[in-house]
Design a protein around this ligand. Structure first.
Ligand SMILES: [Zn+2]
Length: 487
């Protein structure tokens, strides 16, 4: 598939607005994009699949793609140019898509296992891809841009973007029969508010006014929580942005810092953590708050999970403790449905010659990210410890010739035999000290190392060692092949 795509393809799906999309203009002022994924291109061509007899179909490719990263870095994770394996499935209906999706999920599971990765498959946010369901493959490591949330008892795992946690219980002051106004001059945030009233921070509420679909909406989370804008957007079914000061003044009649749900005429979205109990909220009168505010009695709201989970929250399934780990996303699969085929008019005729939209899925793997995750997970203080499935070479032959042409010839002969036996062989015939060669071999981390030295000329034997072992074994040259082929 082409690297460059006409911008009009991306305009059709609205994805032209994605900030990470590279855009460019040719000499004739035509607009192009450097594809970051190929749904638009592949869907355009899927229009050739005209009949139910052509379905199901899976297309895949490996290709260089581009992404205008806001903060590109060295390494293999946050890069602007990368190779992806992307596959696209085309089915007649949702049931067909489900079969394709499950087949990919099973194949991905096997692939990542074979790569020697520790990983977790989690339900995830579909984000810019659209569609209804997605599974993210997260490999926990010291690096990465995702956060894997897991329960200590193993019954829950999710990407932080959609994870749910149960926050600790709040301690409330004595209940009031009705909200009571308190003067809070100069106090505009929850911590000083809780401090000055001598109450639990979790008994306060944080007002987050946003604009959704042109209207001011009040999102309310607990004083010790943070609002998750993506969750709020998906609750409201529209994009959201923070409200500006003039919009706030007009909607609430008060300055930011004194806002609350009581008396507010717009929509209130209340985080689940505030469903019960009485808390302190802004009074919609600058410099004042209300204590004893209770949902249902004092105001009405739409209740949803709109908070960012915190480390130490309880598991939504079993109440166990949730832990957070930084993780690398190595793969992601999506049920796209008709998100792309409807705008591209990619349809097929069924048995009754009725025209129907093709139902799509897409499935991505980042090979570079797999390598990054493998190295993060499998190394020691001397270097990389490659699993044989993804090692760049199988055997590393070290020629400790010390200037001897005979030793060098012997080492070359051993390397050639190993190569003929089907191994990928790296031969170190540099003119350098043994210590340097051993250190470099450990650093590169090829699974098996074979050392040929002066002594090999006398006894016809060589030293072999696995990268995972701490000592050499001396074996006959004749049995080297045998030794390196064994697991
Ligand atoms: Zn649990």
């Amino acid at each position: 598939m082409p690297v460059l795509a006409p911008a009009e393809l991306w305009e059709k799906t609205g994805r032209i607005r994605i900030p990470e999309l590279f855009r460019l203009t040719d000499r004739n002022e035509r607009q192009f994009v450097i594809s970051m994924t190929h749904e638009e291109t592949v869907t355009l061509h899927a229009r050739e699949l005209g009949s139910y007899r052509d379905l199901p179909k899976i297309l895949y490719h490996f290709q260089t793609k581009g992404r205008d990263e806001p903060r590109p870095r060295s390494g293999l994770i946050r890069v602007r140019e990368f190779v992806m394996k992307d596959a696209y499935s085309f089915d007649r209906d949702e049931e067909g898509l489900d079969v394709s999706f499950r087949a990919h999920a099973a194949a991905y599971q096997r692939m990542f296992e074979r790569c020697g990765l520790e990983f977790t498959a989690v339900q995830a946010e579909s984000g810019m891809m659209g569609g209804t369901e997605s599974i993210d493959y997260l490999a926990p490591s010291g690096a990465g841009e995702n956060t894997l949330v897991t329960c200590e008892r193993g019954d829950y795992a999710a990407d932080l973007e959609i994870a749910r946690g149960v926050p600790r219980a709040a301690t409330f002051p004595a209940a009031l029969g009705a909200p009571e106004e308190v003067e809070t001059p100069g106090i505009t945030t929850c911590e000083p508010l809780a401090g000055s009233l001598g109450i639990d921070l979790a008994a306060t509420s944080k007002a987050m006014p946003v604009v959704a679909d042109g209207a001011v909406v009040l999102a309310l989370v607990r004083g010790d929580d943070r609002l998750d804008e993506a969750k709020l957007a998906s609750t409201l079914g529209s994009e959201v942005r923070p409200a500006q000061v003039d919009e706030i003044r007009e909607a609430f009649g008060a300055e930011p810092g004194s806002l609350g749900p009581v008396g507010f005429r717009g929509t209130v979205v209340l985080d689940e953590a505030l469903r019960d109990g009485q808390y302190v909220a802004g009074a919609n009168r600058t410099g004042f708050h209300l204590r004893g505010v209770e949902h249902g009695r004092d105001f009405q709201a739409q209740i949803a999970d709109i908070r960012v989970p915190q480390e130490g929250d309880a598991c939504p399934r079993c109440g166990g403790t949730l832990t957070f780990r930084t993780a690398i996303e190595v793969g992601h699969i999506f049920k796209l449905g008709t998100t792309y085929t409807v705008p591209f008019d990619a349809t097929y005729l069924d048995e009754q010659s009725v025209e129907r939209p093709i139902v799509m899925g897409c499935y991505g793997i980042g090979p570079g990210r797999i390598l990054a995750a493998v190295v993060e997970q499998r190394h020691d203080d001397r270097g990389i410890v490659w699993p044989s499935s993804v090692a760049p070479y199988d055997v590393h032959v070290l020629a400790l010739s010390g200037g001897s042409a005979e030793v060098e010839a012997l080492a070359t002969g051993v390397a050639e035999e190993l190569s003929a036996a089907g191994h990928a062989v790296l031969l170190d015939d540099r003119d350098s000290r043994p210590g340097e060669k051993f250190a470099d071999a450990d650093l590169l981390g090829v699974p098996t190392r074979v050392t040929v030295g002066k002594k090999s000329l006398e006894d016809g034997a060589v030293d072999v060692r696995r990268r995972t072992d701490d000592a050499d074994a001396r074996v006959d040259r004749a049995s080297v092949i045998d030794w390196t082929t064994r697991d």
